[in-house]
Design a protein around this ligand. Structure first.
Ligand code: ADP
Ligand code: ADP
Length: 239
């Protein structure tokens, strides 16, 4: 089944910058999809249109049967719990512990201070510990995030996104700040998340070879336009 569809989507920033131009594509539920292209191609804008962090200027984006363009502000939170996001710079609260950062994701955007573990339900804590263990962070649970390596921080980011039980994970240049070893660990975890948990993964990458290695579908962007959409095998022959 189709989980996500872009129909003739345009995004302009101000008058002069067209970040997305007539973008159409669709993504199957459970697929591992990468968006590749040079800096400024529109990759990050494309990702951010999906959870309405950025509003498209024209066109339709249908996620899980919902036309997201027509959602009112108050419905966005519900959309965003179905769409986890991880970032190049992790976006963690550095002075808090790993477990607090993960549970903070559960609270979503409207949360206020909840630094005390006692504020969380047992079930939420159990799920947080389990995710951290799957991601190889059982030793780090109570460490402050500013004591972790980049690769560990990104795994905390993944746990924080997964605790909401999302249908899709948006990953905006998740390995751009990591060394090759840490990058591989992150990519393997993301691949696992799609193949064993059935969560659809959409990932922005500037490393073409990484995209080809892991993806079921590759979308090539250039100047805001889709210049390729298909399986990684074909892209190897073309380019
Ligand atoms: P990529 O992720 O492929 O590097 P982006 O989506 O970040 O591409 O950017 C696409 C284009 O839109 C670029 O020309 C960039 O300068 C511009 N752009 C991105 N974000 C903004 C913004 N908030 N305001 C104005 N222009 C932006
Ligand atoms: P926002 O207004 O962006 O929703 P939050 O509600 O997430 O902000 O956070 C409000 C303040 O509480 C911030 O200073 C944040 O660092 C702090 N905070 C958030 N979560 C926790 C937590 N689990 N423990 C302690 N402080 C927290």
């Amino acid at each position: 089944a189709t989980l996500l569809e872009f129909r003739n989507v345009f995004k302009k920033y101000g008058r002069d910058t067209t970040a997305l131009s007539d973008v159409s594509f669709s993504v199957e539920a459970g697929a591992f999809v990468s968006v590749i292209g040079p800096s400024g191609a529109g990759k990050s804008t494309l990702l951010r249109c999906i959870n309405r962090m950025v509003d498209a200027s024209r066109g339709e984006i249908v996620f899980d049967g919902i036309n997201t363009q027509s959602l009112k502000k108050r419905d966005l939170r519900k959309l965003r719990t179905k769409i986890g996001m991880i970032f190049q710079h992790y976006n963690l609260v550095n002075r808090l512990s790993v477990i607090e950062n993960v549970l903070h994701g559960r609270l979503g955007y409207k949360s206020t201070i909840a630094g005390v573990l006692g504020l969380y339900k047992e079930e939420e804590k159990r799920q947080a510990f389990e995710l951290l263990s799957v991601l190889g962070l059982e030793e780090q649970v109570y460490k402050r995030c500013d004591q972790l390596s980049g690769g560990q921080k990104q795994r905390v980011g993944i746990a924080r996104a997964l605790i909401q039980n999302p249908k899709m994970l948006l990953c905006d240049e998740p390995i751009a700040s990591l060394d090759p070893n840490a990058s591989k660990v992150i990519m393997e975890h993301l691949k696992d998340i799609s193949s064993t948990m059935g969560i659809t993964v959409l990932i922005n990458l500037h490393q073409v070879e990484v995209a080809l290695k892991y993806s079921d579908q590759v979308i090539g962007l250039n100047g805001g336009r889709v210049v390729y959409d298909g399986s990684p095998e074909h892209i190897t022959h073309q380019e």
